[in-house]
Write a protein that binds this ligand. Structure first.
Ligand code: PMP
Length: 416
């Protein structure tokens, strides 16, 4: 495996067979067949380096953070803070602008309750896109209910692209926040968040970018994107579940009141009143997922070892192969044909329910997701009740794509 420090990594430079061998789970069988894991948009598999980092932490360093003066306490605190620094470097941000939390859902709710709720008033608008995950819709609806703010929806075009002209038109003076995904979990569409945030900033609109599906697949630089808030989840980028990050501009974090109260987030407590800690600790009440973040730090090292540009190039190759083969299957409809896509393909097969399709594919050893993908408004746009979704990661192979396609042919015959 090699990555060039100049950032011009290419997929061709990497030994992808060796990379795949780093993932113990991918060696297993399911229903007597080799596993073909095509559900990485749901959660990614973990390399040995991540599993071992968590294991090592519990075997050698386990203690609580920021509380004990003993040796283990300072080792645990250092390991946790080292993960924060690694994550900050990974997205080109300052460590003290990263709130470590349980995932994107928590991160967006933190912005909703600590930033939006105290600021928004009746008549203000929160602009979201049609392709948002429920985690980037429902918190805003809860804020709207309490403040009288209104949710406005930026529509998409039938190929699954964001309608940029409509989006810009929707950025009226009442809009106080634009909350938008960088990559759609259902369509795979990659949104031009840098341009979008620039337009929003020019109009004085704050921006939150949901980076859940972008972080595992491409280099991300929050400074270059120019957003106000960036949320992501660790488990989709080869890290442990229950880890995630809210990155926010320091001035926002300074101005935001705490979301949850408890230990760690205070400087001094008396019954007369409490002095809160500085950000980001102000937003990290209670004992965090210390081992999880140690694992996520190892995931960052691992991904950087391969190089995000190489990962992006590798997945583009796999996606092209997958799409070409799926297009040959009669009666199969791909939902989401935006010109720029991440390696996610939602699809339907004529005459087959998505769940039946996924169940039969499972018997072939192929794991795909079926259902509504936490994106009801998007399915309503396409007038479908559910889809199947095959999602790739850099550890997938061309042979696995062929096995999936063979499985699809078999299943179609069974259902036909
Ligand atoms: N946003 C998007 C685009 C997602 O794909 C997901 C996970 N499916 C989330 C938010 C929520 O992430 P989590 O469940 O890890 O909080």
């Amino acid at each position: 495996m090699s990555a060039r420090p100049d950032g011009i990594d290419a997929a061709a430079d990497v030994d992808w067979t060796r990379v795949r061998a780093d993932f113990p789970l991918l060696q297993r069988q399911v229903h007597g067949k080799p596993l073909v894991y095509l559900d990485s948009a749901n959660t990614a598999q973990k390399p040995g380096a991540v599993i071992e980092a968590v294991d090592r932490f519990y075997r050698q360093h386990n203690a609580n953070v920021s509380r004990a003066v003993h040796q283990l306490g300072s080792e645990a605190t250092e390991a946790y803070e080292a993960a924060r620094r690694k994550l900050a470097g990974f997205i080109n941000a300052r460590p003290d602008e990263l709130v470590l939390c349980s995932g994107t859902t928590f991160a967006i709710n933190l912005v909703a309750y600590s930033w939006a709720l105290p600021r928004l008033k009746a008549g203000d608008v929160i602009l979201v896109s049609r392709m948002e995950h429920h985690a980037n819709i429902v918190p805003w609806q809860l804020v709207a209910e309490r403040t009288g703010a209104i949710i406005r929806v930026a529509e998409i075009t039938p190929d699954g692209s964001l309608d940029l002209e409509a989006l810009h038109k929707a950025m009226t003076p009442e809009v106080k926040l634009l909350a938008i995904t960088q990559v759609s979990n259902l369509l795979g569409t990659v949104n031009p968040v840098r341009e979008i945030c620039r337009e929003a900033r020019r109009r004085g609109i704050a921006t939150l970018v949901d980076g859940s599906q972008a972080m595992p697949h491409r280099p991300v630089d929050v400074t270059a994107i120019g957003c106000d808030f960036y949320a992501f989840t660790g488990h989709k980028m080869c890290g442990p579940t229950g880890t995630g990050v809210l990155w926010a501009r320091r001035e926002h974090l300074e101005a935001m009141p705490p979301f949850l109260g408890g230990g760690e987030m205070i400087r001094e407590v008396s019954f007369e009143g409490t002095v809160f800690n500085d950000p980001p600790h102000r937003f990290e009440a209670g004992t965090p997922n210390i081992a999880g973040f140690v694992g996520l730090g190892a995931a960052v090292d691992y991904l950087q070892g391969i190089g995000m540009a190489a990962i992006e190039a590798r997945e583009a190759e796999l996606l092209a192969h997958l799409t070409e083969e799926m297009d040959r299957i009669e009666g199969l409809r791909i939902i989401g044909r935006a010109p720029e896509k991440a390696a996610v393909v939602s699809f339907l097969v004529e005459g087959a329910h998505a769940h039946d399709l996924a169940t039969l594919l499972d018997l072939e050893g192929v794991a795909v997701r079926s259902g509504q993908h936490c994106a009801h408004p998007l399915l309503q746009f396409y007038g479908v009740a559910a889809t199947c979704r095959a999602s790739l990661a850099f550890y997938n192979t061309h042979e696995e794509i062929d096995a999936f396609i063979a499985g699809l042919h078999k299943v179609r015959t069974l259902l036909g």
